[in-house]
Design a binder for this molecule. Structure first.
Ligand code: NDP
Ligand code: X2W
Length: 307
């Protein structure tokens, strides 16, 4: 018998891509509300309580409200918003870091943010292994395609074709900083400098490191070897052992649910640049939600993914 999956927010950017990834999967029966009822709280409450799985693709406040509407304790939730990423009672939905079994057993799973997916997959294993310090003030630069900001930012970039680069988060305190700190286990908040470029999807997340100035930092080749060992066998997180001269994002990037990790090291080992390249709508959102759904339903975790 197939499990029912209600996608709340299915008309949005993330929700649409989850529906695409689930289409044609016999293990699941997809439930979405039609245009007239998709914001009707009575219809939503019914769907939220009737489904085996609920995937929330909503703004944070609406996601919190949706969780509050669930009265049936059998319903299992995956929240794509940032509402519950450091909340008590929620499992952080990054199986490569928290372990798939924790997600398989959870009733409440919070999908990671797109930028934190890059930051945490790069740093968490290295800090846990003691190859980089946890009490260092890390910096994270990142650029994202404009679909990362949902329908509102898509509308803005498609209306104003003159924007070449948008730096933002300039007041600090971006909503992703808390989960970046928590799920790497850092003593200090990272300084996060995000930007948007006029490409629909795709992102590059970078952690530059002054290794020579850090206490107990391993050499770049040791960092690379550790990441390669951590993700050996993963079909989703691929550690690239080469050091290309440049990394490009393309305006018409094909959707992917993979993450590529790079370690660029200075010849004398004094500096390194850790870089993750991913699709904000893939492992950064919809692909991660489907991977977590597969794990929670104890199916092949890569089923329906674009690898
Ligand atoms: N886009 C991305 O790359 C990523 C997004 N996320 C997160 O996923 C969530 C969804 O984002 P995204 O798809 O980009 O956003 P969108 O703005 O594209 O979609 C959100 C959808 O939610 C609907 N909605 C808003 N309020 C309600 C409500 N009260 N009841 C029912 N539906 C409602 C909106 O309706 P309407 O169409 O009428 O506006 C819209 O269709 C957000 O929390 C976002 O932060 C996480 C990682 C990456
Ligand atoms: C380009 C852009 O605007 N990106 C969004 C983050 C997208 C994302 O990861 O969504 P969550 O916040 O739910 O994690 C931002 O910076 O707010």
């Amino acid at each position: 018998m197939s499990a029912t999956v209600f996608v709340d927010g299915a008309a949005g950017t993330t929700g649409l891509e989850i529906a695409e990834r689930l289409a044609g999967r016999p293990e699941f029966t997809l439930v979405v509300l039609d245009e007239a009822r998709r914001k009707d709280d009575t219809a939503r409450a019914e769907a939220l309580n009737d489904a085996d799985f609920v995937i929330l693709c909503l703004p944070d406040e609406a996601a919190r409200d949706a969780v509050g509407m669930i009265r049936n304790d059998k319903v299992r939730v995956i929240d794509a918003s940032s509402a519950h990423r450091t909340a008590i009672g929620w499992t952080y939905g990054l199986p490569e870091v928290v372990g798939a079994e924790a997600i398989a057993l959870a009733r409440r799973v919070s999908n990671p943010g797109c930028y934190p997916t890059g930051f945490i997959t790069l740093l968490a294993p290295l800090v846990t292994a003691g190859l980089l310090p946890k009490d260092w003030p890390y910096v994270c630069h990142a650029v994202s395609g404009y679909s990362g900001g949902g329908k509102a930012l898509i509308g803005r970039f498609e209306e104003d074709q003159d924007i070449a680069f948008r730096a933002y988060g300039l007041a600090m305190g971006h909503k992703h900083v808390a989960e970046m700190q928590r799920h790497v286990g850092l003593s200090h908040q990272p300084l996060f400098a995000p930007a948007v470029v006029p490409a629909f999807r795709g992102m590059l997340v970078e952690v530059p490191l002054h290794l020579a100035a850090m206490p107990l930092a391993a050499a770049p080749d040791v960092l690379l070897a550790s990441l390669a060992e951590t993700y050996r066998g993963s079909q989703i997180i691929k550690v690239r052992e080469d050091q290309p001269d440049e990394l490009l994002l393309h305006r018409a990037m094909a959707p992917t649910d993979t993450v590529e990790l790079f370690v660029f090291g200075a010849r004398d080992g004094s500096q390194a640049r850790l870089v993750a390249v991913l699709d904000n709508l893939g492992k950064g959102a919809s692909g991660a939600a489907v991977q977590n759904l597969n794990i929670m339903a104890r199916l092949d975790e890569t089923a329906g993914l674009r690898l």
